[in-house]
Design a protein around this ligand. Structure first.
Ligand SMILES: Cc1cc2nc3c(=O)[nH]c(=O)nc-3n(C[C@H](O)[C@H](O)[C@H](O)COP(=O)(O)O)c2cc1C
Length: 175
């Protein structure tokens, strides 16, 4: 609740409610949610507005299972209802940043519908070329992230640093 207006800040509520979800219910994610999520990705900021992305949406059970086999750090992809794969043009200087911005838009859009996600590393990972081959994505692109998603079956709460450990005002000073 905002101390000044008494209104609820919905955006912040969604941000605060997000956790990485690695266990999913066996319930499909609705088409309109998937399309709204892609629309959120489309609106992400990019350096010089290049919009260098290509985003794959995987729902076929066999393909999700194959992704789970290929990705050592994301075996749970095979249990997801859907997995988004964010690629970006590798000759673009800011492909990681731009791909990451789209990744967060996808994660937050899904969170706003109550769909859980987990960012699974793509860039610099050994599975990246294999995932790219599985999805038949042209060489000009490279994998930035995978985002398995589904209605949460289990929520874990990781520890976070305290606020005063992560910021400074104006100028950093040693304690
Ligand atoms: C760049 C990046 C790569 C990540 N890769 C993986 C991954 O490969 N597998 C995984 O289970 N989680 C992965 N995560 C999720 C983190 O483990 C998670 O965000 C962190 O533990 C904090 O938990 P929270 O997301 O619930 O706040 C990744 C997160 C980021 C930002």
């Amino acid at each position: 609740m905002s101390e000044h207006t008494g209104t609820i800040n919905l955006g912040l509520t969604i941000i605060k409610g997000r956790r990485s979800i690695r266990k999913y219910k066996d319930t499909p994610v609705e088409e309109h949610i998937i399309m709204s999520t892609l629309e959120a990705a489309r609106l992400a900021p990019t350096a010089r507005n290049v919009q260098p992305w290509l985003i794959g949406v995987v729902r076929e059970k066999e393909r999700l299972a194959k992704l789970g086999e290929l990705v050592q750090t994301g075996k749970f992809i095979k249990e997801a209802a859907v997995c988004f794969a964010v690629f970006a043009k590798k000759d673009h200087k800011f492909y990681v940043e731009d791909g990451s911005a789209a990744t967060m838009q996808i994660i937050m859009a899904l969170q706003s519908f109550g769909v859980g996600t987990c960012w699974v590393a793509g860039d610099k990972m050994p599975h990246a070329p294999e995932v790219q081959k599985l999805l038949n994505v042209p060489d000009a692109y490279t994998l930035v992230s995978l985002i398995p998603a589904g209605y949460p079956a289990e929520v874990t709460v990781p520890s976070k640093k305290e606020l005063d450990e992560i910021y400074f005002m104006e100028e950093y000073k040693e304690e």
